[in-house]
Design a protein around this ligand. Structure first.
Ligand SMILES: CC(C)(COP(=O)(O)OP(=O)(O)OC[C@H]1O[C@@H](n2cnc3c(N)ncnc32)[C@H](O)[C@@H]1OP(=O)(O)O)[C@@H](O)C(=O)NCCC(=O)NCCS
Length: 188
């Protein structure tokens, strides 16, 4: 069952998405801002990753699609913990031309609605590199996440160590947010 936001649709990743995902997976400008890292990935690596995707039910990865631009990025809910009712969430917009137009906010709002209103989770975890101003703006200022801690000198990028900012949101925070910003009531 696909997950609908106001501007984006979150759907399963399909084999036809692999060429774009492969391009984004090797784009250093995108990965400078992401939590994890990897060596250059071949198309075969991408194919193998895709073939094993559906085996991991506790790691859900979604394609972000819009009517105007098609596939624009990916979002995930991983390390889903059904007992403690939490999960880790991350996302990226691979299509850089559409940044700053609200697609990031809508993706996070949609993931939160799914996590809290459909899966019944209690909290979501996230993290970001201290220099990721866009991510801090969208998660904390626009989507109600809270900074919950900081791991010093956690990432090594561009010959320097950087802090990891730990963020999170509870279901109570989410319901307070949508009560105050009326996100789902407002039309586009
Ligand atoms: C972070 C990311 C998801 C944001 O998506 P987006 O579609 O550009 O976000 P939105 O348009 O919904 O909102 C962005 C907000 O951040 C603000 N913003 C953007 N860049 C900023 C910056 N460098 N400093 C401060 N604010 C910034 C925008 O002004 C906007 O706020 P506004 O609507 O009040 O003007 C996207 O840039 C991305 O995928 N980046 C690369 C990967 C990444 O960093 N992923 C997150 C890892 S934790």
């Amino acid at each position: 069952m696909n997950i609908r936001g106001k501007k984006v649709l979150l759907r399963a990743i399909e084999e036809r998405d692999l060429p774009l995902l492969h391009e984004w997976a090797n784009d250093p400008e995108i990965w400078d801002f992401l939590d994890s890292w990897h060596f250059p990935l071949s198309e075969r690596d991408g194919q193998k990753w895709f073939e094993h995707l559906s085996e991991k039910s506790l790691d859900q990865r979604f394609a972000i699609e819009t009517p105007d631009f098609g596939l624009i990025g990916t979002a995930n809910l991983v390390n889903i913990n059904w007992k403690d009712r939490n999960a880790f969430h991350g996302m990226m917009l691979g299509n850089k031309n559409i940044r700053g137009k609200g697609y990031g906010t809508d993706t996070i709002m949609t993931v939160m609605r799914y996590a809290f209103e459909e899966l019944g989770l209690e909290r979501l975890d996230g993290s970001m590199i201290e220099y990721n101003e866009a991510s801090l703006a969208v998660y904390i200022r626009k989507c109600g996440w809270k900074e919950e801690g900081r791991q010093r000198r956690h990432y090594f990028r561009k010959n320097k160590f950087w802090d990891r900012i730990i963020v999170g949101i509870t279901r109570q925070d989410y319901f307070q947010l949508i009560e105050s910003n009326k996100y789902w009531d407002k039309r586009l």
